[in-house]
Each structure stands twice: as structure tokens, then as C-alpha cells.
Design a protein around this ligand. Structure first.
Ligand SMILES: C[C@H](O)[C@H](O)[C@@H](O)C(=O)CO
Ligand SMILES: [Mn+2]
Length: 418
């Protein structure tokens, strides 16, 4: 290891130790955190099924940066490149439309065999896999409704897709020896104010109940449901709102997915996590960055990210939290987007772990809010970067912006030749 990195680490460690912070223990805890890398950043949410379909569901990708993956092999190659630049062992989050098959199958006919290449690859590389049914970019989703559609045949199609998705997820969990989190995001909603808000919710509830009627062990598959306040074309009403899924998940023993972009633009989610985990068992995060709306910008080290990381660490919530990323920026290098977002998420967790949490809690209970504010603010400029550099170096991954040189080389030699 570079002597400067080691010296800086040792000096920084002394400062943290003065406050009783066990740096080695923090790094050990960090190394056990798995971030689920969303495959859809790699190709602007196109997938390999229904290639002619426009992206629908009220989400949008802007930008046409060259080099996005066009085949499953390219996508895997890009994910491997990203993981080589990120410390730790992580997971890959697949959407159903990323099936790797020559068979002509529709979403409701998908089976584990259509994802065999993904499983073999994940096994070989030591990655976990997560899964998502794709209830958009499809002929049967074109009027904006799927599982809550008034037409029972259309609902039945999406119910079959949901059931197929859970079977695929179960096979991932069984094959890889770690549970697959299957996240249901249903875009259904109205552009303008509906007359009847109740019946679509009744239909969504019944469709989900049907999908989940088959018991699958949580050893292999964990079902999550993701709410949303609004989308493009569903500005006035989304069937699967936050309140809908809070009630649904609590009564059905499911996991709630909080996407940072799915709430009112001034609403933050850090404050919601302790409430949910007081009553629900597990939590799924879609770490994203909304800029004025659910714009899915690449995750930066902003206040919201740091506050979420602190909430997870201070509340002891990490063991019950699954962390996935969810952004899609087509204006920059696709691999760099993953690396920046994932490294920031890990770095925010490390920063939170390097705070004197027990002491801060005591001070708060004593009512010494002056010291609370003073310490929290001073810790913002403690040398966490030296600890992070050491961690990257120990993991055999690039230190600081060194990773960018490798991404630029990969861009020249691989991405730009596609
Ligand atoms: C592609 C994903 O399923 C999607 O981003 C979803 O998770 C979401 O957040 C939609 O706004
Ligand atoms: Mn999401």
C-alpha cells in the first residue's frame, strides 16, 4: 500500500479513536454491506425484450451518451468493470425485460431458464441477484394501467407476470444461496383527477394478493412494494401511493421500498425509516436523486444521502435494510454513473459509521443541544476521506479519482467501439 495512504489513515484513525470510534470495526461493517446495482443504468432502461417499445410508465431517460450496452454480454462486461472500481461484494438488480434468451416469449411466460446466463455469471463472480417485474414498456401497459386495469384479461396478464417473476426470483435465491429481493413497482395512474380513487386500489390490492398467494420462502425471495406520488402522465393520481403500500405491506408482511424520488419534492425520506421499521420487518431503499421531480439523477454526496445513512447507522437499521440504486442518466458515461453513485452511497455509510453515535445520543438525552450541534458540525470535516482511501486500497480498488482513468480507458477501447 502507498505509504501516504497508510500514514493518513493512521493519523485519521487517532482522531476518531479519541472519541471512542472503532475504525476497524466500522470498515468491517461496511465490507458486509451489499449495494444492489441496477442493471438499467447500463442501457437507458431498454432491456432485451420488446426492443421496439418506447419507455413508458411515467419515467424518462434523457441523453444519448455513446456506448450503452446493447446485449446481455455487453451489460455484464460493463457491470464487471463498475464492480472492479467499487470496494466490497455486491448484488445486481435485474428487471424482467433483461431476460437473456432467443425464445420468443412474453412477460407472462418468463421462467428461470430465461435468466440462466445471469445466474451462471453471478455464481462465477460471487454476485447476488435481485429482481423486478417490468410493468411498463409493453403493449398491455400502453394506456397507463396494468395490475389495476379495469379489464380483467389485462390484469390477468400482469398477474401471471408477477407470479412468473417471483418464481424467477426464488430460483435466483436458491441458486445463489442468498435471498433475492423482488420489487414490485406498478406505474398505474391518471394524468388528471379521477372520479373514483377507490376501485383501482381495490383492483391493485386483489391483483397483488393473487400474485402473492403462492408461498415462497424468504430464504430465497423477499417481496417488496414501491410507492410513488406521481409520474409523467400520472401527475394527479398514482394507484400505488405511499399510504396504499404502507397498509398493504403491514397487513401482508411485505417489505416497503422507499425511492428517494417518489415523494413530494420537499419531502425527505430519512425521517420515515424509523417509523416504518418500528412496525415492518424489512426495508428496501431505492437510492436516487430527484432534481425538482423524480428525475433519477446520479446519486451525489448530498444532505439527503448523508441523513439516510446516519438514520440507518444511528438507528441500528442496517441489518433490516436492503439498499438498491435507482437512477438512469443517459448524458454521461454509463459505467461512471454506477461507480459514482455506488461509491457515494458506501462513502455516506462510512461517514455515518465514523460519528460518535453513542456519545451524541447521551448528549441529546442530557438536553445539551449546543454540544449536539457543535459535535455533529465538527464531525463533518473529520478526515473520513483518509479512512475511505485506505478501505479502497485494502480492497484492491482505485483510490480517489484514479477510477476515472480506468473508465476513460474502457470508454476508448470498449464503449466507443460498440
Ligand atoms: C426502472 C425501475 O423499476 C423504476 O425506476 C422504479 O423503481 C421507479 O422508481 C419508477 O419511478
Ligand atoms: Mn425506484
Amino acid at each position: 500500500m502507498d505509504a501516504n495512504i497508510l500514514n493518513s489513515f493512521n493519523e485519521a484513525k487517532k482522531l476518531y479513536e479519541k472519541h471512542g470510534i472503532d475504525v476497524e470495526d466500522a470498515l468491517d461493517r461496511l465490507s458486509r454491506i451489499k449495494i444492489s446495482l441496477h442493471c438499467w443504468q447500463g442501457d437507458d432502461v431498454r432491456g432485451f425484450m420488446n426492443r421496439g417499445q418506447e419507455l413508458s410508465g411515467g419515467i424518462a431517460v434523457t441523453g444519448s451518451y455513446p456506448g450503452r450496452a446493447a446485449t446481455p454480454n455487453q451489460l455484464r462486461e460493463d457491470i464487471e468493470k463498475a464492480f472492479a472500481l467499487i470496494p466490497g461484494r455486491h448484488k445486481v438488480n435485474l428487471h424482467a425485460i433483461y431476460a437473456d434468451t432467443d425464445e420468443q416469449v412474453d412477460l407472462d411466460e418468463l421462467a428461470p431458464r430465461h435468466f440462466a446466463s445471469w445466474v451462471n455469471w453471478a455464481k462465477e463472480k460471487g454476485y447476488g441477484l435481485d429482481f423486478n417485474p417490468t410493468c411498463f414498456s409493453h403493449e398491455k401497459a400502453k394506456d397507463g394501467f396494468t395490475l389495476s386495469h379495469p379489464d380483467s384479461e389485462i390484469r390477468a396478464f400482469w398477474i401471471r407476470h408477477g407470479k412468473a417473476s417471483r418464481k424467477i426470483a426464488e430460483s435466483f435465491g436458491r441458486e445463489l444461496g442468498q435471498p433475492c429481493v423482488t420489487n414490485f413497482w406498478i406505474p398505474d395512474g391518471y394524468k388528471d383527477t379521477p372520479v373514483d380513487r377507490m376501485m383501482p386500489r381495490v383492483r391493485l390490492m386483489e391483483s397483488l394478493d393473487d400474485i402473492f398467494s403462492e408461498p415462497i420462502s424468504e430464504e430465497y425471495n423477499i417481496d417488496a412494494v414501491e410507492s410513488k406520488l406521481f409520474g409523467i402522465g400520472s401527475e394527479s393520481y398514482v394507484v400505488g401511493s405511499h399510504e396504499f403500500y404502507m397498509g398493504y405491506a403491514l397487513t401482508r408482511g411485505k417489505t416497503v421500498c422507499f425511492d428517494l424520488g417518489h415523494f413530494h419534492p420537499t419531502e425527505t425520506i430519512a425521517n420515515k425509516l424509523s417509523s416504518w421499521l418500528l412496525f415492518g420487518d424489512q426495508l428496501l431503499l431505492h437510492v436516487s436523486r430527484p432534481v425538482r421531480w423524480d428525475s433519477d439523477h446520479v446519486v451525489t454526496m448530498d444532505d439527503e444521502l448523508l441523513e439516510i445513512a446516519r438514520e440507518l447507522v444511528r438507528g441500528g437499521l442496517l441489518d433490516r435494510t436492503h439498499i438498491g440504486l435507482d437512477f438512469f442518466d443517459g448524458t454521461i458515461n454509463h459505467v461512471a454513473a454506477w461507480v459514482i453513485g455506488t461509491r457515494n452511497t458506501l462513502k455516506a455509510l462510512l461517514r455515518a459509521m465514523l460519528e460518535p453515535v453513542d456519545r451524541l445520543k447521551e448528549i441529546e438525552l442530557e438536553g445539551d443541544f449546543t454540544s449536539r450541534l457543535a459535535l455533529v458540525e465538527e464531525f463533518k470535516s473529520y478526515p473520513f476521506g483518509a479512512i475511505w482511501d485506505y478501505y479502497c486500497s485494502m480492497a484492491g480498488t482505485p483510490v480517489r479519482e484514479e477510477w476515472l482513468t480506468e473508465v476513460k480507458r474502457y470508454e476508448r477501447e470498449v464503449l466507443f467501439t460498440r
